[in-house]
Design a protein around this ligand. Sequence first.
Ligand SMILES: [Zn+2]
Length: 443
Amino acid sequence: MPETVMDKLVSLAKRRGFVFQSSEIYGGLGSVWDYGPLGVELKKNIKERWWRSMVHEREDIEGLDAAILMHPRVWEASGHIAGFTDPLVDCKQCKNRFRADDPRIKGTPGQPDAQCPVCGTKGSLTVARQFNLMFKTFMGPLEEAAAVVYLRPETAQGIYVNYLNVLQSSRQKIPFGIAQIGKAFRNEITPGNFIFRTREFEQMEMQFFVKPGTEVEWFEFWRGERMKWLQGLGIRPEKLRWHQHGQDELAHYAKDAYDIEYEFPFGWQEFEGVHNRTDFDLSNHQRASGKKLEYLDPATNERFLPYVVETSAGADRTALVVLCDAYREEEVEGEKRVVLQFKPSLAPLKAAVFPLVNKDGMPELARRIYDGLRGEFNVFYDDGGSIGRRYRRQDEAGTPFGITVDGQSTQDQTVTVRDRDTLKQERVGAGQLAAYLKAKLAG
Ligand SMILES: [Zn+2]
């Protein structure tokens, strides 16, 4: 089989230290991935950019970091114990398990005509049964039903149960929002496509609490803001589109939902959503906990339970979007090169410093430049191999600038700076490098 773009990307991600399979030396753990030295920087840059735009740049949004473990009654009230399920069918012959809506299944599971997509047996598929997607574990020393707790399947509930705490401690007024970045867990039965669908993942969620009746307006506002933010990541606009959920696609808590989809090498898929969750969650928590969660409007003395507009993004999926969108194969001077054209501010490494050759004072000057930049930028020092090879390695890592110390540098304290995308080189004074990089990394 020819190597697909995804195969190449997965292999590049491993080779260059973006993403490794979890527990690889033991054969790997299904659909769980680890971020290597470059991957952790890329993801951190995305998360920091999100936090800056959603929390620091907005007067009306506060941050939160709620725990992964929550009281099990949270998940009863939220509807996740009853409703966060996928219908699954089993093959009695080969013991494989499938989603009931798996397009590879021919016929109706449970009927004699249904055919197993793996072993091909007819009539071996069971009728669909509901399978809860939450990971269960036990709290305390006893492994018994009373000690069951769940790994949260979404970060949103940590925000709802803290909404009054945040409102009161921050002295916000409605409309206002709470933002959180954190891990969530789903025992997906058909995970896959690298870091697209994983069992452990990171969400960047913001719940915006509004007066009932204004939610449609805020919904449209946040759709606009989120698309602007994504385009700010440098993603090609023609690779992004909206998808409105039909009635049959809506999650159990949502009244209206739009996905933002990206055209991955494996097709258009959702990686962020904007949802109108109404007062579904707050009213359920109010009922289940017996605690009043109403808001008293100080201006009108009205009491109401706020509606919620949620923006929910996957940090891993966004990282995959950025990786896929940056990946290019080009022909340069008759030679093939692979380059990750990240927006410079998102790139894991901002610059690499190279002595042209390891003599004549070049390594000493290059080291001094590297040490001077390190406090402010994530930079890399490389003196191994030909300069061409060193450039190619940084192209694959997506490093936007290559700083080379050559024979002239030791005479006049200037260096060449190579631009990853245009391949143009310009001479810059060594003392001006920090200011030069700062200007190029803005935005
Ligand atoms: Zn089978």
